[in-house]
Write a protein that binds this ligand. Structure first.
Ligand SMILES: O=C(O)Cc1cc(O)ccc1O
Ligand SMILES: [Fe+2]
Length: 503
């Protein structure tokens, strides 16, 4: 007997190919040949289509999948609001009011409840960093997500939401979850996710990522205990592979390394009495404009015997990423490490795998900067080479919002300015990521105060140690229009010099 479900590795078979057209049968000949909607599909199955793009989307962007299933999705009782279980990870202040922004929510509200309330987000032009988030052992996947920051609006399909998840138990048997609010990128930081989806299984471990399309139902089993990680829900568009431009035909994340599940289905229970059909009870939970709703049905939603199409979940092993970089001088933009980009340009995720730095006469860590793009960073393991002050830890996060200045901490600056520039391997045993977004992100009140993880000394600890090293060279002309002409002349040793106290 396997000790856990994920030891039965046979169920984790994958096809490959980002953006490919797939077909998969759990029972041979379940897929119709040369048509989609036969009058009577094979073996008494129902035909159901799920679309992820408008019918008339251009071919490269068109995402639709045909499923051949035991019963169609519609066969369920009406959805009702789902009760909210209590949560461990609220650290509301004693008077129940947050520290300056928003309104603290009482213990017991779910993440997705917060997520709906975009008016409760705060926009703050300072650097923000969080210690590793606590693992909420009481939670299953459905209630595991906590909104950190967001932009846009779910109902108009704009923007995206950034989450941390932490769960200590598997979803109850006979439950399934889906989000109608967007496509979810899952980045586990610790623990294993055994994800059973309508289209087959995905086993996702730290240093892998998974993407679950909008509306696809799934069940999350935790075969090896608690999990924690990061998630990004795109309300707008879907994840795509970035174009490679002058890099050529391959590099970064290659299409063939994306793994796609194969069809698998739950065998319906056998009726004991031949006059009856055996019934089961399933609870289906869906996130709809930020709220959780539940419905019952008498059959498994994991009943897709065969499918074909271009709309499916997938996973990717970050170890397969081919990093490229400067082999002469200067530090390139981090876009060279882009793993996935959103089709509508609202967000991109780049990773920082272990890599060689060989640049000559170069300050090798990132430059100081502020960008029109907001930068959210997470750390899966190890240490991020541009922030070695000990405050950016695996399972924590940072946010440098639109036009918020940041860069290497003062110790890193001092070290890198003096470093002997031999070839150097950085990030050994480490994996950080950055999500760049072109939207100004609002912070949830949970992220600002209730989680109790925001570092109130981040800015001071990281950058206030920077000292001016400016030394005006002697004997050079000063030509600065910021200085008035007499002062310039004086600095250049011309004209009358009047110093304070002489007149
Ligand atoms: O550490 C950061 O801020 C992320 C980052 C990395 C990099 O190599 C260049 C720019 C940048 O924003
Ligand atoms: Fe940055």
């Amino acid at each position: 007997m396997p000790s856990s479900k994920f030891d039965t590795l046979e169920k984790y078979r994958y096809n490959t190919g980002f953006g490919s057209y797939q077909e998969s049968e759990a029972i041979e000949n379940a897929l119709p040949i040369a048509q989609n909607t036969p009058q009577r599909p094979a073996f008494g199955l129902y035909t159901e289509k799920i679309s992820g793009s408008a019918f008339q989307a251009v071919r490269p962007e068109n995402q639709q999948t045909w499923m051949y299933r035991i019963l169609p999705t519609v066969a369920h009782l009406p959805f009702e609001p789902e009760p909210e279980p209590p949560r461990q990870s609220d650290h509301a202040t004693s008077n129940g009011v947050s520290n300056g922004i928003g309104t603290a929510k009482p213990n017991g509200c779910s993440s997705f409840q917060n997520f709906n309330d975009y008016l409760d987000l705060a926009y703050i032009p300072t650097q923000i960093r969080w210690d590793p988030f606590d693992i909420d052992t009481t939670c299953d996947w459905v209630h595991s997500m906590r909104l950190l920051c967001a932009a846009g609006d779910v109902s108009t399909k704009s923007g995206m939401g950034y989450f941390v998840f932490s769960a200590g138990r598997s979803m109850d048997d006979h439950t399934a979850f889906s989000s109608s609010d967007g496509e979810l990128l899952v980045i586990p930081q610790t623990g294993v996710l055994d994800i059973k989806t309508e289209l087959g299984h995905l086993l996702v471990r730290p240093l892998e990522i998974a993407v679950i399309p909008r509306g696809i139902k799934y069940h999350v089993f935790l075969p090896s205990g608690p999990v924690r990680g990061y998630a990004l829900e795109l309300h707008q568009g879907v994840f795509t592979l970035p174009n490679l431009g002058p890099l050529g035909s391959f590099g970064c994340a290659n299409a063939r390394d994306f793994q796609i599940p194969v069809a698998a289905y739950d065998e319906p229970p056998v009726a004991t009495n031949s006059d009856e059909t055996a019934e089961e009870s399933y609870h289906i939970i869906t996130k709809y404009n930020g709220r959780l709703f539940g419905a019952s049905q008498d059959h498994s939603p994991f009943d897709v015997v065969a499918w074909h199409g271009s709309y499916f979940p997938y996973k990717y092993d970050l170890g397969r990423f081919m990093t490229v970089g400067s082999v002469s001088y200067d530090h390139p933009d981090p876009s060279i490490f882009t793993l996935l980009a959103s089709s509508e340009g609202v967000a991109e995720i780049a990773i920082f795998p272990p890599r060689w730095l060989v640049m000559e006469n170069t300050f090798r860590p990132p430059w100081y900067h502020r960008n029109t793009m907001a930068e959210f960073m997470g750390l899966i393991q190890g240490e991020y080479d541009a922030r070695v002050d000990g405050g950016f830890r695996p399972g924590g996060a940072s946010l440098h919002n639109v036009m918020v200045g940041h860069g290497p901490d003062s110790a890193t600056h001092a070290r890198a300015s003096e470093a002997h520039l031999a070839p150097q391997k950085v990030g050994e045993g480490s994996m950080a990521f950055v999500i760049e977004s072109n939207m100004l992100l609002g912070i949830s009140s949970w992220a600002w105060s209730q989680c109790g993880k925001r570092q109130t000394n981040y800015n001071a600890q990281t950058w206030l140690g920077l000292r001016s090293h400016f030394k005006k060279p002697k004997g050079v002309r000063v030509n600065s229009p910021f200085l008035d002409p007499p002062r310039q002349k004086e600095m250049n040793g011309q004209g009358t010099t009047k110093t304070g106290g002489d007149d």
